[in-house]
Design a protein around this ligand. Structure first.
Ligand code: PLP
Length: 428
């Protein structure tokens, strides 16, 4: 597989390099130089999730990894289903929350972990990442127990939900978590300091495993095919997909699925009040505003870092940006109303998925099949969902199990010397 840097086109890398490096020069994102085309989509869709995903990812990766190796990686990464559920006539929810951390980030995080292990030269790898919740949990679970890889996760003490904290700070083994006595920005600043420390970088094999890594997007392509495979041919040939978006990785993956041949009539970019992209698509002006906090907090992003990939893909495929659907649910009360509406239809959904549902239903015509992505399990946003529905929803098994375990986190001030010492110690 060859990829190029969108900002500095002369920088070309292999899949292995792109996975190890994450970003290219000048903070440029990597993009595939060639996109394979699947002609016989019906027979591809007739395959099971694992063998179909192996075919897709193997076609993308090319001869850099054997098909057997890719099959093994996919088998290890995708150990949970991505079912669609009918919520009403012509509308389906795609449930992406059946993995260990109950959010779609498990697909990308786990495939990235497999990819990094597959392309590493056998040297030590230390993943260092700062999290405000979801990403840390997915990364911790994805790398848990892997040989030669240590993970250090920083988070702001007392500023993530107690349930979130339990989900990734109770693992032990190669997962080291540190509650920093400060805010998220201070955690990110510590991570940046570590990456700027070249001797440290070399010594411990530092890697960030962050969300712009191409391996994550590649994994996410697969569940769009999986969703279509569960529909009749007539339904899927008139398909409109609404994606609740923050950094726009999920939407990028969906558009890549379409570029590989999946017949999707239209995608809709759905956001909350952080609506830089919908406004840009209306006015042609890129005008990010300060980020506002909402009940769909994983979408509280005003400068989405995957957007350049969407522009690049649309340019290559000659898809006018105006063909992208877009919409925003700009206040929490409207998001709550959508949660209630779904609940009346017998479907329990948290605010992220409900925003995608709302925008879909505003824009879908009666003859179209609608699909909205449910990016997190409702129990992951228990406080919000319970207050909207006046309910007391049950914790699913993985959350309940971790909620009962002891926290293993260390606790530091935002002090780089202490972090450096820890990184050297865990990698030794
Ligand atoms: C990360 C996340 C999103 C946003 O996904 P992007 O790929 O960043 O657009 C939406 N919902 C949930 C629950 C998330 O964790």
């Amino acid at each position: 597989m060859k990829l190029y840097n969108i900002k500095e086109n002369d920088e070309q890398v292999s899949f292995g390099q792109a996975v190890r490096q994450g970003l290219g020069r000048n903070q440029g994102l990597f993009f595939p130089a060639e996109l394979p085309q699947f002609e016989d989509i019906d027979s591809l869709l007739a395959e099971d999730f694992i063998s179909r995903s192996t075919k897709i990812l193997s076609a993308l990766i090319g001869d850099e990894l054997s098909k057997e190796k890719v099959a093994e990686m996919v088998g290890n990464a995708f150990q949970f289903p991505a079912p669609i559920k009918a919520v009403k006539d012509g509308v389906y929810a795609l449930e992406l929350f059946h993995g260990p951390t109950l959010a779609f980030k498990d697909f990308g995080g786990r495939f990235m972990a497999q990819s990094l292990a597959a392309v590493s030269d056998g040297g030590k790898i230390t993943i260092l990442t700062a999290t405000s919740g979801d990403t840390g949990a997915a990364v911790a679970h994805a790398f848990y127990g892997m040989e030669n890889i240590n993970v250090v996760i920083l988070y702001p003490k007392g500023k993530i939900s107690p349930l979130q904290e339990k989900l990734f700070c109770t693992l032990g083994k190669n997962i080291h978590t540190v509650a920093i006595n400060s805010d998220f920005d201070a955690c990110q600043a510590l991570v940046k300091k570590a990456f700027d420390d070249e001797p440290l970088r070399q010594q411990v094999g530092l890697n960030s495993a962050n969300s712009i890594n191409i391996a994550r997007l590649m994994a996410q392509i697969c569940y769009y095919f999986e969703a279509a495979s569960q529909m009749s041919k007539a339904e899927r040939e008139n398909l409109v997909i609404s994606v609740p978006s923050g950094n726009f990785g999920n939407l990028t993956a969906g558009l890549l699925a379409k570029a590989l041949g999946l017949p999707v009539k239209r995608f809709i970019a759905a956001t909350n009040a952080n609506d830089t992209v919908p406004r840009y698509l209306e006015t042609g002006k890129w005008d990010p505003k300060p980020t506002v906090a909402t009940t769909s907090n994983a979408m509280d992003v005003s400068q989405p870092n995957n957007w350049p990939r969407i522009e690049e893909l649309c340019r290559i495929k000659d898809w006018g940006l105006e063909t992208l659907g877009r919409g925003a649910v700009r206040d929490d009360e409207s998001a709550a109303e959508a949660v209630r509406e779904l609940n009346k239809l017998g479907y329990l959904c948290e605010p992220h998925g409900s925003i995608a549902y709302r925008v879909l239903e505003e824009q879908r015509s009666a003859d179209e099949t609608g699909l909205f992505l449910c990016t997190a399990h409702p129990a992951k946003f228990k406080e919000v969902v319970d207050s909207i529905l006046e309910s007391d929803i049950e914790l699913p098994a993985p959350l309940a199990k971790h909620a009962a375990m002891d926290l293993l986190s260390l606790n530091f001030d935002a002090d780089f010397a202490q972090l450096r010492e820890l990184l050297v110690k865990v990698s030794g």
